[in-house]
Design a protein around this ligand. Structure first.
Ligand code: NDP
Length: 240
């Protein structure tokens, strides 16, 4: 069944692959982004998917942005919390701003986006929420105390909210990708990337489309019994 889907950080990387997969599956898709207008324009022209600019770190902006999306495409039935940033630095050098920026976007952003769509989903008796967490939220990562804390928080958020949505037809799930070949990972120095690949049993970085396929499964009408789960997509790098 065709649904209305909103993907945060949908104009690049994993979010872009998710938007394309949802569109191919017949859904009405909207892509949010934060500041890279050039990438958003190119995405819009390439895919025909409408783009909406606001920061997920800002609750009021999320409420207003979601209202704009709903006016154009109808009530949001599928929400993909994908927007995320890194501010990597060892803890002894981490500034309060580097902590806050990552928590505000990667953890509070999930609250800011989910809260305004929640009551509508409850009223309609259907909803699909998928949050893109990370392998580093599961295992922790040197230089990513802020990021690992936020992504682990996303998993707690998912498990708690899943219990609240269950009787209302709303599933809430998380995906923990391993290392995926996007701008975020390609920004890591090549020699560090090589060391990362050596730790992945499958022997390569993942593709954004491989995460998108996992999203498609979780948002399908047929996946109504799958809720509160963490789906690992990491080439066997970390097994829980
Ligand atoms: P990219 O850096 O390639 O893209 C990030 C996207 O998020 C962009 O569209 C960006 O918008 C958007 N974004 C960033 N901050 C905000 C904000 N405050 N409000 C709205 N949108 C925002 O990231 P990836 O595709 O690599 O990552 C996507 C998600 O997957 C993230 O949550 C990341 O933590 C997670 N992840 C990624 C992994 C990887 O290996 N790549 C591994 C595990 C998890 P703009 O273009 O305007 O900057």
């Amino acid at each position: 069944m065709a649904r209305t889907a909103l993907v945060t950080g949908g104009t690049r990387g994993i979010g872009k692959a998710i938007c394309l997969a949802l569109k191919r599956a017949g859904h009405r898709v909207a892509a949010n982004y934060a500041g890279n207008d050039e990438a958003a324009k190119a995405f819009r022209e390439e895919t025909g998917i409408p783009v909406f600019k606001w920061s997920v770190a800002d609750y009021e902006a999320c409420r207003d942005g979601i209202a704009r999306v709903e006016a154009e495409l109808g009530p949001v039935e599928i929400l993909i919390n994908n927007a995320g940033i890194t501010r990597d630095v060892p803890f002894h050098k981490m500034t309060p701003d580097q902590w806050r920026e990552v928590i505000d976007t990667n953890l509070s952003g999930v609250f800011n986006m989910t809260h305004p769509v929640w009551n509508g989903m409850r009223d309609r008796g259907f909803g699909r929420i998928v949050t893109i967490s990370s392998i580093n939220g599961q295992k922790g990562q040197f230089g990513q105390v802020n990021y690992s804390a936020a992504k682990a928080g996303d998993l707690g958020f998912t498990k708690a909210l899943a219990q609240e949505g269950a009787k209302k037809g709303i599933t809430v799930n998380a995906i923990c990708p391993g290392y995926i070949a996007t701008d975020m990972v390609m920004a890591v120095p090549a020699e560090v990337r090589q060391k990362i690949v050596e730790q992945i049993p499958v022997g390569r970085l993942g593709e954004a489309e491989e995460v998108a396929r996992a999203v498609l499964f979780l948002v399908s009408d047929e996946a109504g019994f799958v809720t509160g789960s963490t789906l690992t997509v990491n080439g066997g790098q970390y097994l829980v």
